[in-house]
Design a protein around this ligand. Structure first.
Ligand SMILES: NC(=O)c1ccc[n+]([C@@H]2O[C@H](COP(=O)([O-])OP(=O)(O)OC[C@H]3O[C@@H](n4cnc5c(N)ncnc54)[C@H](OP(=O)(O)O)[C@@H]3O)[C@@H](O)[C@H]2O)c1
Length: 184
């Protein structure tokens, strides 16, 4: 039996992963925002729910991530696997209380922050693993990143860029998705 934390496990892909792992007899800890959805998810596991638990947390802020890690570590001091399936998909400029874009804060930053905080617990686990569920970046966010690239480039030129290499922000895309966007 493995001990697995699924951030974003009360909905969508994370919920399916949680259901599969619980049915295989693994111990699963789920993080999500919505308490009601968390309870429904546990109820959907039937008898196997005795191996599962849920914490309602807000991973959109630094404090929220720290609080989530504290709650998780209070119950479990080791994990074999950490699965990240949290996600927010919006092209609106919605900001967290830390002033960051929601998509960046939840879908990207919180994953690294949470992993860092849980690293000691993963090291105590059996062959600790971290899995990230990622996606193709929507065109609107790509366009914003391109603007950042341009503005970072001109800022570095204005500063008299000594290394002669502009700072660039390049969205990470898989070869398949790069090919797709070139064809678009
Ligand atoms: N669906 C697809 O076809 C697809 C394909 C490829 C990749 N992906 C990627 O896979 C990931 C999951 O996608 P999905 O479709 O399963 O998404 P989803 O159903 O919307 O699930 C997102 C999960 O993230 C949680 N979450 C969102 N904001 C949060 C916050 N501030 N604090 C804590 N938890 C938060 C949600 O909790 P609540 O429900 O409680 O809000 C939910 O459990 C995303 O990163 C997505 O980009 C999805």
């Amino acid at each position: 039996m493995k001990s697995i934390l699924i951030a974003g496990g009360n909905s969508g892909i994370g919920r399916h992963v949680a259901a599969e792992l619980v049915s295989q007899g693994h111990r699963v800890v789920i993080l999500g925002r919505d308490q009601r959805k968390g309870e429904q998810t546990l109820a959907s596991f039937g008898d196997a729910a005795e191996h599962a638990s849920f914490h309602a947390v807000d991973l959109s802020t630094h404090d929220g991530v720290r609080h989530a890690a504290e709650r998780v570590l209070k119950d479990s001091d080791s994990f074999d696997t950490l699965v990240h399936t949290t996600g927010v998909m919006t092209s609106e400029d919605l900001r967290t209380t830390d002033g960051l874009h929601q998509v960046f804060a939840v879908t990207y930053l919180s994953r690294y922050h949470l992993t860092q905080l849980l690293m000691p617990a993963l090291r105590r686990g059996h062959h600790g693993r971290v899995l990230m569920m990622t996606a193709h970046i929507p065109p609107t966010i790509k366009a914003a990143s391109r603007d950042s690239q341009i503005s970072d480039h001109s800022t570095s030129l204005r500063r008299g860029n000594q290394s002669n290499s502009p700072i660039t922000i390049t969205p990470h895309t898989s070869p398949a998705s790069s090919q797709r966007s070139e064809q678009e």
